[in-house]
Design a protein. Structure first.
Length: 413
C-alpha cells in the first residue's frame, strides 16, 4: 500500500506526493492534460512538438539540461494521444532545482523563431525516420485512419502529416502553449526522500505565483459504433508481409478495461500464451505474433499483429487468428490460465512500484484518470475479473463487423 498525500494550489495545480526514505533520490513528474487528441485535424503534431520545445529554453533559464546535470539529475519526456509527461530524478537534497526548472518553463517558454525552427526540424526528421523511412513505419497512420473516422485518435502522436509541423507559426505555437501548459491543467507528482511539508513549501514557492489560464473545454467527437468490417491492403518495400487486425474496445475507465488487458496477455504474453504457442511454436504458421491494447483514455483498440512464416500467406495467418479468437469466445478460460495472468499483474504491480520514479509517474497518471489513490486498487480490479467476463467481452468484441484488417504486403522481389 502506497501512502499518498495530495493538495491543490489556489491556481489549480494538483500536487501528489509519496515519501520513500529508503532512497537518497527524488523524482518529480509533471503531467499536462494535453495530447494529440486535443489538436485540430489540420494542425496535428503540436503536442509532440511541445515535448521538444519545452527543452529549448524558458523565460529565465536558457538551457534546461545544464543546471539539472550540475545538480546530479537526469530527465526525459514523452507524449501520447492523451497526455504529455515530463519527469526527472536527482539527489533529494537538490530537489528545489527540479521545482525551479519545471516552474519556469510552465511560466513561459522563450518563444523565438530560432528555437521553433530547431525543434521543428528535429520533429520532422523524427517523422521521416520513424514513419516514412522505417519498415512498417506508416502502419500506425493506416490502422488509425481505418479504425477512427471522426475521433482525433485517427492520427498518431507524431501528427497526421509533416506539413502540419512544417507550417506551424510562432503565434500558433504560443497559442497552444498558453491554452494547455497551465497549472490548472497539470498534475505534479513528487516521490523519494522528500517530505510532504517540503514538497508543499516548494510547490507554493515556485508554482504558486503562476496564474491559472483559460484551458479549452474538451468536447471531442465520439466515434460512432462500427457496423461492418473494414479492410485495407497496401504494398511497401518491407522484409515480409504483415497482418494488422484491430477491434474497437472500451475506454480506460470502463470496468471491462481489465478484461481486455488480460485477454491480450492470454493471447500473446509469453511463450505459453495461446497465439505464440499455437501459431508460432506448434503450427508454425507465424514467424511472430503479438496482441496488445492501446490503453487510451477514450475508447481504444485491441491490436493483433502477425507475420507469416515461410510458405504461409496473410490469408493463412488471418484464418488462424480468427480460429483462436473463436476458441476464446466459445470456451471459458480455465482457472490455471486465469490465475497465471493475474499473478503476473500482481507481481508487476509490486515490483514496478518499488522504484520511486515509477511511483511518481503512476501517481500523476492515476490522479489524471480519477484519483491517485486508485493506484492501490489496481491489483484487486485485475483479481476480480472472471472467466465469464472474459468470455463475454471476447464474444462482444471479436466479431467481423467490429474488425479493421490491414494487409501489409512486401513488394515482390
Amino acid at each position: 500500500m502506497i501512502a499518498i498525500n495530495k493538495y491543490t494550489l489556489p491556481n489549480g495545480l494538483t500536487v501528489v506526493h509519496s515519501e520513500d526514505k529508503s532512497t537518497q533520490m527524488a523524482a518529480l513528474n509533471l503531467l499536462y492534460k494535453v495530447g494529440a487528441r486535443d489538436e485540430a485535424p489540420d494542425h496535428t503534431g503540436f503536442a509532440h512538438l511541445f515535448e521538444h520545445l519545452m527543452f529549448g529554453g524558458s523565460v529565465h533559464i536558457p538551457n534546461y539540461d545544464t543546471p539539472l546535470q550540475n545538480a546530479g539529475g537526469e530527465n526525459n519526456a514523452w507524449t501520447n494521444n492523451d497526455i504529455t509527461n515530463y519527469y526527472l530524478t536527482l539527489p533529494a537534497h537538490n530537489i528545489e532545482v527540479a521545482f525551479w526548472l519545471e516552474s519556469d518553463r510552465m511560466l513561459s517558454l522563450d518563444f523565438n523563431p530560432r528555437s521553433l525552427e530547431v525543434q521543428r526540424q528535429v520533429v520532422i526528421e523524427e517523422f521521416k525516420q520513424r514513419n516514412l523511412n522505417q519498415p512498417y513505419g506508416d502502419t500506425s497512420h493506416l490502422v488509425r485512419s481505418l479504425a477512427y473516422k471522426v475521433h482525433p485518435y485517427q492520427w498518431p502522436t507524431i501528427g497526421k502529416d509533416i506539413s502540419h509541423i512544417a507550417g506551424a507559426t510562432l503565434e500558433e505555437v504560443k497559442d497552444f502553449f498558453f491554452h494547455y501548459y497551465a497549472p490548472n491543467n497539470a498534475i505534479l507528482a513528487v516521490t523519494g526522500n522528500v517530505s510532504f511539508d517540503e514538497t508543499l513549501q516548494l510547490a507554493e514557492k515556485w508554482f504558486g505565483p503562476i496564474p491559472a489560464r483559460q484551458v479549452p473545454a474538451r468536447n471531442l467527437p465520439q466515434e460512432p459504433r462500427q457496423t461492418e468490417a473494414r479492410r485495407l491492403e497496401m504494398t511497401r518495400p518491407v522484409p515480409v508481409d504483415a497482418l494488422y487486425l484491430c477491434f474497437h474496445m472500451c475506454d480506460r475507465l470502463h470496468p471491462d478495461y481489465y478484461a481486455f488487458d488480460m485477454l491480450s496477455d492470454i493471447l500473446s504474453n509469453g511463450k505459453s500464451s495461446r497465439l505464440i504457442r499455437r501459431l508460432v511454436v506448434e503450427r508454425r504458421i507465424c514467424s511472430s505474433i503479438d496482441a496488445y491494447i492501446s490503453g487510451s483514455l477514450d475508447a481504444g483498440l485491441f491490436h493483433i499483429i502477425g507475420k507469416p512464416a515461410p510458405g504461409y500467406t496473410l490469408q493463412d495467418v488471418e484464418r488462424a487468428v480468427w480460429e483462436e479468437l473463436e476458441e476464446i469466445k466459445r470456451t471459458p478460460t480455465d482457472q490455471h490460465e486465469l490465475d497465471k495472468v493475474k499473478n503476473r499483474y500482481e507481481a508487476e504491480q509490486i515490483f514496478g512500484n518499488i522504484n520511486y520514479l515509477n511511483v511518481a509517474t503512476n501517481l500523476a497518471y492515476f490522479e489524471m484518470l480519477s484519483r491517485a489513490e486508485d493506484l492501490n486498487d489496481e491489483v484487486r480490479k485485475y483479481r476480480n475479473v472472471t472467466a465469464q467476463q472474459l468470455q463475454r467481452v471476447a464474444q462482444e468484441t471479436f466479431i467481423p463487423e467490429n474488425s479493421c484488417t490491414l494487409y501489409y504486403n512486401a513488394e515482390a522481389k
